[in-house]
Ligand binder design. Structure first.
Ligand code: NAD
Length: 368
């Protein structure tokens, strides 16, 4: 019987509540497919700062590296918010584990469950049939560039004004663009054969290199895939205006961060979007939303993005595609039957069909 080791990182806020539902579903799938999962829990984010002073303790990295996959919930919260850059921040745990595990690709599928079309703020005719995957570069760019703050005593800049300065650096290397482009073209080949490459090539040099490299890879290795360039500001509009045009969307780290949250909103809730972060070794799976401190501890968080991240883990790390499809089918059944968590209910949802975190997890298991 196959046995997989899973590193569990519940993190902060609603994290522990939703990851418990992910584990529940994973165990149910394991029983069905004669597979066992062995869990080791570790600290990341705010809870790790509280316990050790470090948002990503070495022990956590050791557990992750000794596992077959990592399942993360979310990190952060007002308790650890600070503008003092010398203080540890929960997000450093997240950025740190992505870097340490070499997770340079973030896949975020955006699919509409037809039962939820009313939960979207967009009109049903705009979102009907939306099915895209956002491929975000995850270990380069602005979030990993050199940064510093200083006080300019002399007014040494071209404006001659003295005062505080803050600098972030946006840098990409050619190989980083090549490998993420390949991931996007490969994904497109398995889907509808179209890649939108998003940049800001009218302003940024990193974007101009990005565009050249993506075109070279596309023309030489994937001539069968259609490649469309789109500026990031236009993409922000197009996602709302005509989201159906997108199949695979590939972009750099910060643009991907922002656009994928916007795309998530098309589905009606951030609580409905899962993600896989892949590199050349252990992969990490997590919901796209944050730790939702405003609803933490209330038992009302939507666990479905976490459960869908479990489905992605089965698909990408363990090649258990049937099991992954079972989970997606079970979620569809639960939603078609009318069950909703608070974030995805609408005016027509009867009160008795609004369920909490644990009940939603139970419903998915019952429908597997
Ligand atoms: P958020 O995603 O946590 O919450 C945004 C809104 O969506 C909130 O109203 C929240 O209640 C709701 N929401 C999110 N997930 C939900 C779910 N599963 N079910 C029901 N409702 C849900 O974003 P935020 O408020 O900007 O950030 C809160 C904290 O999370 C911050 O500390 C931020 O840094 C952190 N964060 C972490 C991650 C991560 O761990 N990957 C990502 C984004 C933000």
């Amino acid at each position: 019987m196959p046995n997989y080791k899973i590193c569990l990182l519940p993190g902060d806020g609603i994290g522990p509540e939703i990851i418990a539902e992910g584990v529940k579903v994973l165990n149910a799938v394991g029983a069905k497919y004669d597979t066992t999962f062995e869990y080791t829990e570790a600290l990341i984010g705010g809870c790790a700062i509280d316990a050790t002073g470090n948002p990503l303790p070495q022990e956590t990295l050791d557990v992750a590296n000794a596992s077959d996959a990592v399942l993360l919930a979310a990190v952060g919260g007002p308790k650890w918010d600070t503008t003092d850059s010398s203080k540890p921040r929960p997000e450093q745990g997240l950025l740190g584990i992505r870097k340490a595990l070499g997770l340079y690709t973030n896949l975020r599928p955006v699919t509409i469950f037809s039962a939820l079309s009313a939960a979207s703020t967009l009109k049903p005719e705009v979102i009907e049939g939306v099915d895209m995957v956002i491929v975000r570069e995850l270990t380069g760019g602005l979030y990993f560039g050199e940064r510093h703050r200083y006080y300019d005593e002399e007014g040494a800049g071209t404006d001659g004004v003295k005062g505080q300065r803050a600098v972030d650096t946006l840098e990409y290397r050619e190989y980083e663009v090549e490998r993420i482009a390949r991931q996007a073209f490969e994904a497109a080949r398995k889907r509808r054969g179209r890649v939108h490459s998003i940049d800001k090539a009218n302003v940024l040099d990193t974007s101009r290199m990005w565009r050249e490299v993506v075109h070279r890879i596309g023309e030489t290795e994937y001539p069968d895939v259609e490649l469309v360039d789109m500026l990031v500001d236009n993409t922000a509009m197009q996602l709302i205006n005509d989201p159906r045009q997108f199949d695979v969307v590939v972009t750099e780290n910060m643009f991907g961060d922002i656009l994928s949250d916007e795309a998530a909103q098309i589905t009606g809730s951030l609580g409905m979007l899962a993600s896989a972060s892949l590199g050349d070794g252990v992969a990490l799976y997590e919901p796209s939303h944050g730790s939702a401190p405003d609803i933490a501890g209330k038992g009302i968080a939507n666990p479905l993005a976490q459960i869908m991240s479990v489905a992605m883990m089965l698909q990408y790390s363990f090649d258990m595609v049937d099991a992954a499809n079972d989970i997606m089918a079970a979620i569809t059944k639960v939603l078609d039957a009318g069950y909703r968590t608070g974030d995805i209910k609408d005016a027509s949802t009867p009160e008795n069909m609004v369920v909490g975190t644990v009940a939603m997890g139970d419903l998915v298991v019952e429908n597997l």
